[in-house]
Design a protein around this ligand. Structure first.
Ligand code: SAH
Ligand code: AVI
Length: 325
């Protein structure tokens, strides 16, 4: 979450300093299928809940991607001689350490630029990495990557732009392509793009990953309402919403919704009251699953091409290396 500056006015009401967030929420909640951006999941608690999700037995993407990185990065970093790692949606940078270790082993690691919308969490990650990697310049950038990358002016090259965890799947196709094009525009010859994508597979396995038996994903989903309450002074009652996640076979994506369990009216200061019927839902996330053709099509539309995709047919997750087309 962007750190929203708030000031105490003379009265009891806090003045919201982020009209952008209010406008985005207003637009999403006034469309026929009510919708909120998944970037609103990630305050401190949301980031911690996501971390806990990655350790769930049902949530295969993180551990699969970690194994793929461990198998490939030492050789790839030797081949590329990467000096800078730029990571979109870095989160806790747990898997990034595999890349950083491989860079350090070549003696060329100079800079790490973790980019994330969750400012406080990002600062903690950066501070921890500075302790772990003395000599590495860590330059965190707080940015909404759907709008900008906010990169430092000088980046030692060659650079590796990484977008891991299948976060690309959380963007609708046009936004995903705009995002890849933004990365492409920041790349110089010799730079590479490393994309982690969740793959199409057995539906039951995908649905189980978003409907875990401990209910952590449900808590993560409802946390977005607490974020809106905190940041915008909304009065959502999280207990009045049920978690729903299902796979859509036409669009090849998980959809996560919060379903209103009763007729209710939500108040957000500055907006008209928002009525919700019993059973009406707010879509909070899509998580698109890819295959080779759909990745190649997105890359082509963004001016990139697949350079390498060491695919084990049994792996439920893909690591794709891209280069400027
Ligand atoms: N890369 C990590 C974290 C994935 S969770 C991993 O693979 O485990 C998704 C991360 O992307 C979160 O840290 C979240 O704060 C960040 N994020 C989501 N939407 C974003 C946006 N629009 N701009 C920047 N960061 C975003
Ligand atoms: C961050 N992102 C790739 C996760 C995903 O799988 O789409 C977020 C998530 N939502 C529910 N569980 C995890």
């Amino acid at each position: 979450m962007p750190n929203l500056a708030r000031t105490r006015s003379s009265g009891p009401v806090e003045r919201i300093q982020n009209p952008g967030m209010l406008a985005e929420v207003a637009a999403g909640l006034s469309s026929p299928q009510k919708e909120l951006s998944p970037k609103f999941f990630y305050d401190q608690r949301g980031s911690e809940l996501f971390e806990a999700i990655t350790r769930l037995p049902e949530y295969y993407p993180t551990r699969t991607e970690r194994a793929l990185l461990a198998g490939w990065m030492p050789e790839l970093m030797r081949q590329l001689g990467t000096r800078t790692l730029i990571e979109l949606g870095a989160g806790n940078a747990e898997k990034s350490r595999i890349i950083l270790d491989a860079m350090r082993a070549t003696g060329l690691a100079e800079m790490y630029v973790p980019i994330d919308v969750s400012g406080t969490f990002l600062s903690q990650t950066a501070a921890q990495l500075r302790r772990e990697y003395p000599g590495l310049t860590v330059e965190p950038a707080v940015a909404d990557i759907s709008i900008e990358l906010n990169l430092p002016r000088h980046l030692p090259r060659p650079a590796l732009f990484a977008f891991l965890g299948s976060t690309i799947g959380n963007f609708y196709p046009p936004a995903a392509i705009r995002l890849l094009a933004r990365v492409r525009a920041a790349m110089e010859p010799g730079d590479r793009f490393l994309l982690g994508v969740d793959l199409r597979k057995d539906i039951a396995r995908i649905e189980a990953a978003y409907n875990d038996s401990q209910g952590l994903t449900a808590e993560f989903n409802r946390n977005m309402l607490l974020v809106l309450n905190h940041e915008l002074g909304a009065d959502f009652d999280p207990d009045a919403f049920a978690h729903r996640a299902f796979y859509d076979t036409v669009t090849h994506r998980i959809e996560m919704h919060l379903v209103s369990t009763r007729a209710q009216v939500v108040e957000i200061p500055g907006l008209e009251p928002i009525p919700l019927a019993a059973g009406e839902s707010i879509r909070t996330e899509i998580s698109t699953k890819y295959d080779r053709d759909s990745v190649a099509a997105c890359f082509a539309a963004a001016g990139l091409r697949i350079e390498a995709w060491p695919r084990d047919p049994l792996t439920p997750f893909g690591l794709v290396l891209g280069v400027r087309a």
